[in-house]
Design a protein around this ligand. Structure first.
Ligand SMILES: NC(=O)C1=CN([C@@H]2O[C@H](COP(=O)(O)OP(=O)(O)OC[C@H]3O[C@@H](n4cnc5c(N)ncnc54)[C@H](OP(=O)(O)O)[C@@H]3O)[C@@H](O)[C@H]2O)C=CC1
Ligand SMILES: O=C1Nc2ccccc2C1=O
Length: 254
């Protein structure tokens, strides 16, 4: 659905690339699958969130852009509006209650309700051991990666219900992690982050069951390694990239 961006896309994208993205966008526009739909995408001023937001807008949705920095929000809203896409933006640090409230208010002000919530915002991985992580690190990672999507959804849910007669009333997308699949022998490098992303699998399953009676779909996205600022730490860390002979660990089974 989305295409990964190259490193530092804002400064490196040549105008030819932007042009080709515009022509992709006009192809996508012709179908307008999501016309009259509204999408809120957290962490959408860069990387995966930006690509998802752009694609949803190319398919006809009104998209609310958000991230922590006003300057990033303004820049992305400007870029996407120049492409003829329907977007508005607001600052939202997903770990801050008042920012989440403003995000909900912005979506309602511009669009009157919400059909898609994409919770892309996540804390950068800390390269360090699980048990070496301080209480402050745990609090930050769990607050932004796990608590924030649930709290934001609880605020948005009343505005996602009764949005038409379709079988599916709303969709929630939560990016989890592929680290345990791609780098199963490196958990010691990203322990607290891995725990938070594993918790998102549980959150997705729990919410999927809880919200099914309301015809609201909840899915987890496991993107693989996408070259973004966020994943640079893994791509540049030699120990993650080299194919060392792996020491076999005995897993205990019940
Ligand atoms: N890249 C990868 O390989 C993979 C990434 N993921 C997950 O995908 C998500 C996005 O990653 P990726 O696109 O690589 O990251 P990027 O660093 O490219 O983009 C992160 C975006 O989130 C915003 N952001 C960061 N912190 C917050 C916050 N607390 N509240 C709101 N917005 C925030 C940033 O803008 P600003 O600085 O303005 O806040 C930026 O727009 C993460 O949840 C990550 O765990 C999952 C699997 C693989
Ligand atoms: O979830 C993930 N977060 C990441 C950050 C850097 C590299 C890979 C990943 C993941 O698979």
């Amino acid at each position: 659905m989305f295409r990964p961006l190259t490193w530092g896309w804002k400064s490196f994208l040549p105008s030819a690339t932007l042009l080709s993205m515009r022509s992709i966008s006009s192809v996508a526009n012709s179908s307008l699958k999501l016309v009259n739909k509204v999408a809120v995408v957290t962490g959408s001023t860069n990387g995966i969130g930006f690509s998802i937001a752009r694609r949803l807008a190319q398919d006809g949705a009104h998209v609310i852009i958000s991230s922590r920095k006003q300057q990033n929000v303004d820049q992305v809203v400007d870029i996407l509006q120049r492409e003829g896409l329907s977007v508005a933006g607001t600052v939202c640090h997903v770990g801050k209650a008042e920012d989440r409230e403003r995000l909900v208010a912005t979506a309602l002000k511009h669009c009157g309700g919400v059909d898609f919530l994409v919770c892309t915002a996540g804390v950068n991985p800390l390269v360090g051991s699980t048990l070496g992580s301080s209480e402050q690190v745990w609090d930050k990672i769990l607050s932004v990666n796990v608590k924030a999507p649930a709290l934001l959804l609880s605020q948005l849910l009343p505005h996602m219900e009764n949005r038409g007669t379709q079988e599916i009333q709303g969709t929630i997308l939560i990016p989890s992690s592929s680290l345990l699949i791609c780098f199963p022998f490196q958990p010691q490098k990203l322990g607290a982050y891995n725990v938070s992303k594993t918790a998102l699998l549980g959150l997705t399953k729990t919410l999927a069951v809880e919200l099914a009676p309301k015809n609201i779909r909840v899915n987890c996205l496991v993107p693989g390694l996408i070259k973004t600022d966020f994943s640079r730490v893994v791509s540049t860390e030699k120990s993650f990239c080299t194919k060392k002979k792996k020491k076999k660990h005995q897993l205990n089974h019940c």
